[in-house]
Design a binder for this molecule. Sequence first.
Ligand code: SF4
Length: 698
Amino acid sequence: MPTETRTTCPYCGVGCGVIATAADDGKVSIKGDPDHPANFGRLCSKGTALAETIDLDGRLMTPEIAGRPAGWDAALDLVAEKFSQAIAEHGPDSVAFYVSGQLLTEDYYVANKLMKGFIGSANIDTNSRLCMASSVAGHRRGFGADTVPGTYEDLELADLIVLTGSNLAWCHPVLYQRIAAARARRPTMKIVVIDPRRTMTCDIADLHLAVRPDGDMALFNGLLAHLARSPVLDQNYIGAHTNGFVEAFAAASSLSMADLIEATGLPAMQIREFFALFERTEKTVTCYSQGVNQSSIGTDKVNAIINCHLATGRIGRPGMGPFSLTGQPNAMGGREVGGLANMLAAHMEIENPDHRDRVRRFWNAPTMAERPGLKAVEMFQAVADGRIKALWIMSTNPVVSMPDADAVKAAIAACPFVVVSDIVRDTDTTKLAHVLLPATGWGEKDGTVTNSERRISRQRAFLPPPGDARPDWWQLAEVGRRMGFAEAFAFASPAAIFAEHAALSGFENDGVRDFDIGAYGDIDDPGFATLKPFQWPQPAGTGPQETRFFADGRFYHVDGKARFVAVDADVPVRTSADFPLALNTGRVRDHWHSLTRTGKSARLSSHLAEPFVEIHPDDAANLGISDADLVRIESPHGHIIVRALLTARQARGGVFVPMHWTDEFSARARVDTLLPSITDPVSGQPASKHGAVAARRF
Ligand code: SF4
């Protein structure tokens, strides 16, 4: 009899529910879960092709030491020995974990517990640093905690949706479908897209603002100044629920219209049209994604957006609020268990001695980390200069995805001891490992993920682990046990880890931290098996709570008020005479990250089959480049060779190169080799949307 398994798509942060059906002959078919509140049965091209990506070709099936197959005991003993040795000789900060938004929450929890509570360092960071760290930092500055205020339903209830730095049609397709369907039902709904490129998302936009790279902060500052002089400024809300308006308004109002035109590259008429639309539409949601976050002023951009919603009191109510769209399937789950180097489990703060003490007592931790650890870019710089002696990379490929990727490659190659856990045998990063550990992949692993609207859903196994593959949490727990922490890492199942994570979220919480899923603190294996999708919070002894935050005007700063943040940074200029083109990077519709899964599907690969550079026809003509020419793109950090795709969707003076292709698929295609290691000073997130390059026919 065919068996149906309800699980969750492993790609983007929409977190769609999937029903996987395994037939008697082993064939798997996929359809959307009509009962899942994220997608109600919808799937995008990547989701529908999931069955085409789960074959075992190219899989890492057995542990390896120095390129030779080894048993689990030998591999795990060696990892524990090398990490213990580095800690004994050089201290706990000489080791690091670099993990991933692809991990399940249970994997993340165990990694975080081992590093921060038992090794005694906070040197655990994640590729989510490249994805949404600026949103986290902006939420913490604005709200006092990393809390996403709204829900997907707000996108359908809004009368105006502002999409800034988000190609929703390709990067969060099911949310795009939900908005398109809502607009079809209610044609008065307006949509504004703010993006340097005319992406496919613009197809449903009433207004496309082709803003200069990083010009969006000035745009939202100008909007705040406009709102402050308009009748929709909510003085009562500002007085009762916020602090810092005067300073934020002073910073915002220093920009004249001429300054705004210069900073944004937009005509005055478009700027005024956007301001008027925002002013007159109470039910407004501002969605933002990597175009905002992946910037050297990303956190300021997030707060410039939040400022506009606070100024109008448009937050915490149906159909309104700022909304951060997470890129990866479990970026949010990682945040919940403290997967970033500057956070603690259960959304507590590592800088806060009371929070550290609470987590230490809950874990009975012998060596609690006392200060934030190294953020992703800093971590690989520490690897490069020899401070990190032992590095464990899980479920990610930093040789492809980190900025200045060739420097990261050289750093990892020179690190004394590198462990890589992955499902794929040959990646640009696995080649550099001393020890390879085979992980279980989607369809084989079991646990939870959290999507962009704080909804926790189960990923369930419906396939046996291939070869000797084991879950990431098991690998971490076994190493923890071998390092002398047997009792703390005696987890029997993912359910046991989830229960501990939930119990910690409610531990001495007293209702002061809304991230509380203590209701699941005693969940057992059968309960976990049947767990339905739910949104946090859900404290012990309660049912589901209010799904929208801040309806009562209460925020998480000690005075209960939100903060306006005065932001007035200059728009960065990166281009020069030698490198005159602004480089933008991003996803394509049918591929995911470095192609290890979606690259297996001929259907998905046929959409855009090879790496390319989008360039405006006028720029191409000036450079003597024709459509489909091979083009050499170079920066001070490296070069790539890709196919020219001439399109007026790309603004003049800039180019766009997708992030997916690696040297495994096409020689010299890693776009991140071109990007500098410039980061946002608050969040540490790299500025992956704004480099400077030159282009010439190859
Ligand atoms: Fe998967 Fe995202 Fe597509 Fe949904 S929208 S099916 S989560 S890739």
